[in-house]
Design a binder for this molecule. Sequence first.
Ligand code: NAP
Length: 286
Amino acid sequence: MTAKILDGKAAAERLHARVEEQVQQRLKRGLRQPGLAVILVGNDPASSVYVGKKRKLCEQVGFISRGYDLPTNTSQSALLALVDELNADPAIDGILVQLPLPDHMDANAVIERIDPTKDVDGFHPVNMGRLALRLPGLHPCTPHGVMTLLRDAGVPLEGKDAIVLGQSNIVGRPMALELLNARCTPTICHSRTADLAAKVARADVVVAAVGKPHFVQGDWIKPGAVVVDVGIHRTDSGKLTGDVEYASAAERAGWITPVPGGVGPMTVATLLENTLQAAEERDAAN
Ligand code: NAP
């Protein structure tokens, strides 16, 4: 079997076009442009690349994009004061603090300070709780983007056994909740999970978010399974690669996401979608 490619780049472009069209509709109705503030602390090269992409796409779809580049030695209190200021700013619908933060900062405290209605990353406990309770809210971008990609491609999910490798707050945990909400039966694994390969071999849907290049071997994959690779790694030769041994997995899988061009573009597109949603909900509430 050769897997069908889940083309995240093309799906993300369709999502950008939908968001752009809805921004135009808002402007015609006399409503304001949605506004996104992106805060970057320090100069981590990967974070700078992600932030640059987010800001560029914001402008492309017609949002107001505000960038705050703070030095590594910024104090926690100064960052919290900026979050407070943006929480109160009527032109800003979404606040994103790029993670990871420098070691002297408490990321959880910063996330909890963001007004949940402006938490377009979906990491605030209120939004994670709403996801767990199947209530509408701002859902974490990467797992929600994965669901959009799977739905867009018509991948059947209901009743399937799913496995999520990785239990982080930003990917693994919300991914398992999204799959549960789609009526899959998810299992979540981490570094202490026993018989991981055997568990993967039984799964109809595999989501890899381990953070280790080529960790998931192709011969673990159940024939016909859906394989979603969230991992992103830069090889010594400068190429991007994922958590899955792509070539061998693609021979067994029914569907597979490439790296690059799979989950990554969907994460950024979902951030735009969340910011538009936050703007619409704030307008409806006022
Ligand atoms: P993370 O916080 O480092 O979490 C990694 C998870 O993998 C942890 O739960 C860890 O288990 C688990 N793990 C580590 N070694 C394992 C092993 N041998 N067997 C089973 N589980 C193991 O990483 P993350 O933030 O979730 O990100 C994961 C990957 O996705 C990274 O490559 C990251 O760059 C990428 N990412 C991509 C996007 C995108 O848009 N495509 C977005 C976010 C992240 P323990 O909890 O037991 O330590």
